[in-house]
Design a protein around this ligand. Structure first.
Ligand code: GTP
Ligand code: MG
Length: 199
């Protein structure tokens, strides 16, 4: 499916603009600049499907991508959080949009929570994890930019992330290290997504 047709469907800045919930969906969450859009591009093998940028906070809407023809499932790029210069009303809007989406979207099968391999889970990530636990949405933790750390550092951050995840109410989320740049972990993540949307 990832080798077949994939197309941008629409951007939803508010819940009333959501597409009809007709197929399973997998959403990408993570702090701004963590590499959500890049990961989407790597998974789909398209260079410019989702807009990537060096400016944190570029994506402020829910962006929907149709996978398969006939349509099989959708990927949702969610707005990033935690950028330093975010105005208060942007943060408030993010919170409402994401929380309502997570709680109300019956077709949402899984979320991928992206965490920078160089930093691990930070306090700024706990709000989205709490929201996911509160909304009973199952999630995967995906370490990004693994090419930026040494193998020994990656092992250490994996171990720390595992320990951190064990303390959360959701039972043992899967943790996967990836690099959109080098293609590391991408086939494994594709398989995990297909598993989530077909079970
Ligand atoms: P927002 O839309 O602002 O929330 O950001 P985002 O999470 O979508 O991040 P984006 O994909 O735009 O990537 C941010 C920056 O990180 C870009 O400069 C990317 O080129 C870089 N980047 C993303 N993934 C990787 C990776 O696997 N390795 C390396 N080295 N750089 C990466
Ligand atoms: Mg983005």
């Amino acid at each position: 499916l990832f080798a077949g047709p994939i197309a941008f469907l629409k951007s939803a800045p508010q819940l009333k603009f959501l597409p009809d919930p007709v197929v399973p969906e997998v959403a990408f969450a993570g702090r701004s600049n963590v590499g959500k859009s890049s990961l989407l591009n790597a998974l789909t093998g398209r260079n410019a499907l989702a807009r990537t940028s060096n400016t944190p906070g570029r994506t402020q809407e829910l962006n929907f991508f149709d996978v398969g023809d006939p349509l099989a499932f959708r990927l949702v790029d969610m707005p990033g959080y935690g950028f330093a210069k975010a105005p208060k009303d942007v943060v408030r809007k993010w919170r409402f949009l994401v929380n309502d989406f997570l709680r109300g979207r019956a077709v949402l099968k899984r979320a991928l929570v992206l965490i920078d391999s160089r930093h691990g889970i930070k306090p700024v990530d706990t709000e989205i994890l709490d929201m996911l636990d509160g909304a009973a949405v199952s999630y995967h933790i995906v370490l990004t930019k693994a090419d930026k750390v040494k193998a020994t550092e990656l092992d250490a951050v994996l171990e720390r992330t595992r320990a951190n995840a064990r303390k959360r109410p959701a039972a043992h989320p899967d943790i996967l290290a990836t690099s959109s740049e080098k293609g590391m972990g991408i086939p494994e993540l594709r398989a995990a997504i297909l598993g989530a949307v077909t079970d």
